[in-house]
Design a binder for this molecule. Structure first.
Ligand SMILES: [Zn+2]
Length: 260
């Protein structure tokens, strides 16, 4: 797609106190000027409508829709999701969904695993890639992706922090791996940033959630910082930023089929 210079593969433009999209509107015009396209995540049904409004308003915004909150995991929500997505060409993926063990294993783990499975079924049914959230649960997630035939649609694991070996397994299943701000300075992640094959690399800000890249540590994260995420990845890999810019943009465009 012409004019796209960067793709922020994972951001939350709408959510919490940003429900109305006002915050997004303060950052998106500048992003558009810099050629930054944003994949924004509406991970619960109440965010779908304000998110789709943004995609209608800004050419450089595409949406991923999901139902990841356990309270919303009723069957009718999933049916609604299929309906909404089928009518919306600006929805380019399903999620985010996944597992999070950062606070320990949740007591309703079985339900959460079912929910991940259900998202995979929907993605396969409507043929869209999956956006996976992995909070230190890589092993279980990879197992479920395989069991539920997720490689049929592929997708991305956002803010990937698994081992290089797990990265290889994910790639073999057709999943891209996305790196964000903390990957640009967290020493424990450097090895991973160096090893992931460039054809499977994506860049994200996860704004406003994740800590921003190195030069903006004290600021609030926003999609314009994708330029510095790309620079940070390039520095660790010892290549020119242009190499990473081009690859992460082409990879994301291919994954989310932005060229079609
Ligand atoms: Zn996210």
């Amino acid at each position: 797609m012409t004019g796209i210079r960067y793709i922020d593969s994972h951001a939350h433009l709408v959510g919490r106190e940003r429900e109305e999209g006002k915050w997004a509107r303060t950052h998106l015009p500048r992003a558009a000027e810099s050629g930054i396209t944003v994949i924004t995540i509406a991970q619960v049904p109440r965010l779908w409508e304000p998110t789709l409004k943004l995609t209608a308003e800004f050419d450089n915004v595409f949406a991923v829709l999901g139902i990841s909150h356990p309270n919303d995991s009723k069957l009718e929500s999933f049916e609604k999701l299929i309906k909404v997505v089928q009518d919306e060409p600006r929805v380019v993926g399903i999620g985010e969904t996944g597992l999070d063990y950062r606070q320990g294993r949740p007591s309703d783990l079985a339900d959460r695993k079912d929910q991940l499975r259900e998202h995979i079924h929907i993605a396969r049914e409507i043929n869209l890639p999956l956006v996976i959230h992995d909070g230190k649960a890589t092993e279980d997630i990879l197992k479920i992706l395989e069991e539920e035939a997720a490689p049929e649609v592929g997708g991305m694991i956002h803010f990937f922090t698994g081992t290089p070996k797990q990265a290889e397994q994910a790639i073999q299943m057709g999943f891209y791996l996305s790196f964000g701000g903390p990957h640009t300075y967290a020493k424990a992640l450097a090895d991973l940033v160096r090893k992931v094959p460039i054809e499977y690399l994506l860049a994200e800000t996860d704004s406003p959630m994740l800590a921003p890249p190195k030069p903006h540590r004290k600021e609030e994260n926003n999609p314009n910082f994708i330029i510095d995420v790309v620079k940070g990845i390039a520095e660790i890999r010892g290549v020119e930023p242009e190499v990473i810019r081009k690859a992460t943009t082409e990879n994301a465009a291919k994954l989310f089929r932005l060229e079609e």
